[in-house]
Design a protein around this ligand. Structure first.
Ligand code: UDP
Length: 460
């Protein structure tokens, strides 16, 4: 029987991509394992086409059908993903059972958002590891969440000290409804108790946070407890090259000067109102910089002409390219003509930029992205922050000024030099003897030595 590692992704392209790349990385370091990747598939959705991932035969995909929630259940959107994963637990059990007929499951790695699947795994006696698809710094916040809630209730101070994270004001913490906060506390408790936490980062990128996690500083009594071991194996990024260039972005970039173009792209979920899109367009024109802009609006029906100021496309045709909805981002960031990136601070996007030495302007939109901004701007100093108004609106002047500052100022130059150094460190981390290489080998060694008694048998 072949030794296998099961990876269970959460929903959404960002999570699935990251888990798939982790699978490829494990296989590269230890070809004797096989990898089984599980993808939750909610009702009435088309299963993602896994052939586009470019994986070889040592990686197998399984869809975990997520049943319809029981009738009468009212789920809040904020906590929906946790409930859906729980509803899929029966199907998860069946898939694991079928895998175990031909392979020995050495460990299961759960995307951190799938903590409600842990009950199934514990009952089967299989070691659980967690994969945190974002960076070490927001993980410091997540693991410390229960204490943060207590401080928020009892302490009048405006600032909050979180081990491993820069001092931040309470307003900078992503706000979450109480139900979601309870889920964060559950995730933290489940992760604290697991066999290991894998993080998509590298030591030189987030040194302070990595140290705090290694010491278990999120625990009340780290010296008396046994903090879960930490494995920083990143940067795990999607390999530029797999995706097609349907909109011709890359051939357009070929005709632009080196490091002259700023990319604007906002992840798989970032959408803007018509008013905000028009404001971005005005800001870009004001900045006088070259740009490649991936436009996603609230409705897919709108054409670019509906969304952008009259005459914008014509006026900017020599300087800019606008594409609708999706572009091969990793490949674009690796193009020599790209010299800046306005990003929503999704962690995959951040790492793709860091690995290519592209400086950023930060515009966080959802999830842990405001925390990523704090780290990018204050700690790593590889980005400029956009100032938003209270409702998140960004004015044309603000956008234009920051883009110009990034592409054409002394501060922008310093940021570029810093991110270039970070690019070199990211290569070193993954090269033989580098911090991520060492952590990955340590993890694989641990898996190889694991000889647990799984309660899965062909007859269970
Ligand atoms: N992405 C892309 N083209 C797009 C938008 C996004 O290829 O037009 C990719 C991007 O390169 C990254 C992923 O989708 O790998 C988005 O992940 P991230 O963590 O940045 O953001 P999320 O979508 O999870 O918010």
């Amino acid at each position: 029987m072949k030794d296998t590692i099961v990876l269970y992704s959460s929903f959404g392209r960002g999570h699935i991509f990251s888990v798939v790349e982790l699978g490829k990385l494990i296989i590269t370091h230890n070809p004797s394992f096989s990898i089984e990747i599980l993808i939750p598939t909610p009702p009435n959705t088309t299963a993602i086409d896994t052939t586009t991932f470019g994986c070889d035969s040592s990686i197998t995909f399984h869809h975990i059908p997520i049943p319809q929630p029981p009738s009468g259940t009212t789920l809040s959107p904020a906590t929906l993903i946790f409930h859906l994963i729980r509803y899929g637990n029966h199907n998860l059990h069946q898939v694991l059972q079928s895998i175990s007929k031909t392979s020995k499951i050495k460990a299961i790695v759960l995307d951190f958002l799938n903590h409600t699947a842990n009950d199934v795994i514990i009952n089967l006696g299989i070691p659980t590891f967690f994969y945190y698809t974002s960076g070490a710094s927001p993980l410091c916040v997540l693991l410390y969440y229960k204490t943060i809630m207590q401080i928020n209730k009892n302490d009048q101070c405006n600032y909050i000290e979180i081990p491993g994270f820069p001092r931040i004001s309470k307003e900078e913490l992503p706000s979450a409804p109480e139900e979601l906060e309870n889920n964060f506390c559950d995730i933290s408790a489940t992760m604290s108790d697991c066999e290991g936490i894998i993080i998509n980062t590298f030591n030189a990128c987030e040194g302070r946070a990595v140290k705090a996690l290694q010491k278990g500083l999120w625990l009340c009594f780290p010296e008396e407890s046994n903090p879960a071991p930490i494995f920083c194996i990143g940067p795990v990024t999607s390999v530029p090259g797999v995706e097609k260039d349907e909109n011709g972005c890359l051939s357009w970039l070929d005709s632009q000067p080196s490091q002259s173009v700023v990319l604007l792209s906002f992840g798989s979920l970032g959408r803007f109102s018509k008013t905000q899109l028009k404001e971005i367009a005005i800001g870009l024109e004001k900045s006088e910089q070259r740009f490649l802009w991936v436009v996603r609006s609230e409705s897919d029906e709108d054409t670019l002409e509906d969304l952008l100021p009259e005459g914008f496309l014509d006026r900017t045709k020599d300087k800019g390219m606008v594409v609708r909805n999706w572009a091969p981002q990793a490949k674009i960031l690796s193009h020599d003509s790209v010299g800046g990136f306005v990003t929503h601070c999704g962690w995959n996007s951040v790492l793709e930029a860091v690995c290519e030495g592209v400086p950023m302007v930060t515009w966080p939109l959802y999830a842990e992205q405001t925390l990523n901004r704090v780290v990018l701007v204050q700690e790593m100093k590889v980005a400029l922050a956009l100032k938003e108004s209270e409702n998140g609106f960004v004015s044309a002047t603000e956008l234009g000024d920051r883009v110009k500052e990034l592409m054409d100022s002394e501060i922008g130059k310093e940021i570029r030099e810093r991110v270039m150094k970070m690019k070199v460190s990211s290569v070193e981390a993954r090269s033989e003897g580098g911090s991520s290489y060492v952590d990955l080998n340590r993890l694989i060694q641990l898996w190889k030595e694991k000889d647990h008694l799984s309660l899965l048998s062909p007859n269970t």
